[in-house]
Design a protein around this ligand. Structure first.
Ligand code: NIG
Ligand code: FE
Length: 409
């Protein structure tokens, strides 16, 4: 073994290489007095303490809780500027979509992202990723969508690729040119959709810059038909569909996501019973974003109904400068427990294995099992309930990423 983590008070992990749903979401493996052994960056042993295991590098976990590294399956990580000036408007009750319609919101971040240099965006991205890592995140997804022209969408995606190489957190890239209509195409929706399909998408695919294509399917943003058209064309070119669905209005985004065989549907605040059934029938992972409900002061998605209906539920941050300025997965976990009424075990699965499934990484991370990447968190906690109970503090003691110990406190 290259590294042996001993004296683990409690090892808690979901099991398997696919999303867990229904009762399976809370059926996690719990081992008291455990050990994890690492060889070549992968887990070589995860089980009860076995005194015969040896390594030159032994790390004493001091009786603490160990879980898989957190997977943040929905972020808008690379952007110029911030939007704290919108706080006052929000407090005055101005709706999110009205701010966007007036040229603010996403469009103001587009201006700042276009104006920012690559070096600036890389430096900002590195700092954000280092904060994410210190909070326990070992893998995340990152969407483009603040360029809204070919040049700047490619710039964002190339930055995501360099950031992936430059620091320990693995980043999975998603093309989201369909995040809003840029001002150059005001009043010409069709023109932008054509531009996206004939220019942006082939350029992104040509450079191999994305694995997924996402669309903001919403009132006054992309219609169901526009979203379907974009996602089907992207799928033909090899990008798997994801959908921002039913975030603000229940326009049938979840049903459409199921229809195009999306890997995941995200937000789902307003999803109907029919939408929940459609997700369950087609095995679409529901990526729920409780920090967005909190910050937009909106209802919380019907996570309990979804789990009970057999939908695999993941929980992520939606980190972005407008609707979710927090990158703290521990906050998202706490909100999931308190507001979605998911149990600690269900929530653990939601932020590890099911998050990994939402970005097609369930075969390599998301659980502590032999052969998976050695991505794990040692928590300043003696049991699983404690990390949901002591909300507001960073309870990470140590992160291990591909077998490397990081952020030792
Ligand atoms: O997931 N809904 C669309 N996109 C983001 C918000 C982006 C922004 O406001 O800048 C979201 O909430
Ligand atoms: Fe989002």
């Amino acid at each position: 073994m290259d590294l042996l983590l001993k004296n683990i008070g409690l090892l808690a992990t979901p099991v398997g290489s696919a999303a867990r749903k229904g009762a399976g979401q809370r059926d996690i493996l719990l081992i008291q007095d455990a050990m994890v052994g690492v060889k070549d960056g992968e887990i070589a042993y995860a089980g009860p303490t076995d005194e015969s295991l040896k390594s030159a590098d032994v790390f004493d976990c001091g009786g603490r809780l160990v879980t898989p590294g957190l997977v943040d399956a929905h972020t808008h990580l690379v952007f110029g500027g911030w939007r704290q000036k919108e706080l006052a408007l929000k407090l005055d009750g101005v709706p999110y979509l009205d701010i966007l319609k007036a040229g603010g919101g996403i469009l103001s971040t587009v201006e700042h992202t276009r104006a920012a240099s690559e070096a600036e965006l890389v430096a900002k991205g590195k700092a954000l990723l280092s904060e994410m890592l210190s909070l326990g995140v070992t893998t995340c997804e990152a969407k483009s969508g603040y360029g809204l022209n070919t040049q700047c969408e490619l710039k964002q995606l190339r930055i995501i690729r360099s950031l992936d190489k430059a620091q320990p957190v693995d980043i999975v890239p998603t093309f989201m040119g369909a995040h809003a209509f840029p001002k150059e195409y005001a009043g010409n929706r069709n023109g932008y959709v054509e531009h996206l399909l004939t220019e942006m998408l082939p350029a992104v695919v040509g450079e191999g810059l994305a694995e997924f294509c996402d669309v903001f399917c919403e009132t006054a943003v992309f219609t169901l038909d526009e979203s379907r058209r974009i996602l089907l064309e992207a799928a033909k070119l090899g990008l798997s569909p994801k959908v921002h669905a039913d975030e603000i209005d229940p326009i049938g985004g979840a049903e459409m996501a199921a229809d195009v065989n999306a890997v995941s549907a995200e937000h789902l605040i307003q999803t109907s019973d029919g939408g929940i059934r459609a997700l369950a029938d087609k095995d679409v992972v529901a990526v729920l974003l409780p920090a967005t409900s909190f910050y937009l002061d909106k209802p919380f998605a019907r996570a309990r109904d979804m789990v009970d209906a057999g939908v695999a539920v993941a929980v992520a941050t939606d980190f972005n400068p407008g609707s979710s300025p927090s990158l703290n997965m521990q906050l998202a976990m706490n909100l999931a427990c308190m507001k979605y009424k998911l149990t600690p075990a269900e929530t653990l699965t939601a932020v590890t294995l099911n998050g990994a499934a939402a970005i097609r990484r369930a075969g390599s991370c998301g659980s502590l099992e032999v052969g998976k990447q050695a991505d794990l968190v040692v928590w300043d906690a003696e049991d699983l309930e404690y990390i949901f109970y002591r909300y507001g503090s960073n309870l990470v003691h140590t992160v291990v990423k591909k077998g490397d110990k990081i952020c030792l406190s």
